[in-house]
Design a protein around this ligand. Sequence first.
Ligand SMILES: [Zn+2]
Length: 304
Amino acid sequence: MPELPEVETVARDLQHRVAGATISRATVSWDRTIRHPQPPERFVAEIAGAVIRRVSRRAKTVLLHLEDGRVMTVALRMTGALIVAGAGTPPDPYARVVFELADGRELRYRDVRKFGRIGLWPGGGLRSVGAGRGARSRRVAEGGHRYRIGEVFSGHGPEPLQRGFTAERLAERLARRSAKLKTLLLDQSFIAGVGNIYADEALWRARLHPLRAADTLDAADVRRLHRSVRQVLREGIVNRGASFSDYVGADGEPGANAERLAVYRRTEQPCFRCGRPIRRIVVGQRSTHFCPRCQPEPVGSAAP
Ligand SMILES: [Zn+2]
């Protein structure tokens, strides 16, 4: 499943490829991909003619900011991909939504397992819905769906690569929680964008056991965790993300980060630091990989 580095890679690719492009027409071939507005015919009507101003990311979601202030969100979930296809490229049977661009290219939302969702929202979190942005944005707000883009992400925690995410801020948040570190790192309301791969990698790098309770970390532990989370995410972006199944960048190519991971899916292979075999346990129904020597088991833990 794409995490922060994979989604960031897609957003950066799209910024280069489709910023400034006009969406002349959209075709939806799997209705449930469209989250908002409803029905999907309305989404199709409202996206037609939109100009893409820039592309960014929040949490694990790609944001396409439109010239008129609206924002299209694309949550890739398990197998979603956004691919720019040149004119004349054969159709893709797994493309659930196709955005025809005025220059003849297509922006294709491909999703084999169909868990991903696309929404179109009024922009901002400050202005009232629809205010001063014409009839089109007022139509988006009809029918009881009054979410603006800011509200779509109101339940998400801080972005770990933003300047404001300091070790002190992480320490404050950890000190209030008794949850296991692995569980907490996967909690999108605690920290946005980290998933199973980068949680395991960050904990190995910080030499912290996945079952350690958050409120047992001392200041040095927190500093290592803070640095490690940011390092593994930054390295993931540099390597254009980790591809295990369907993840690809907007160029259709897989990322190179999978072979650079230290513990994720390296069960029984030697730890790069100490040579001990990497172990796999299940924490909160998620596979969890760690080194039993470098990441000592917490005292009194019921770790298997
Ligand atoms: Zn080790």
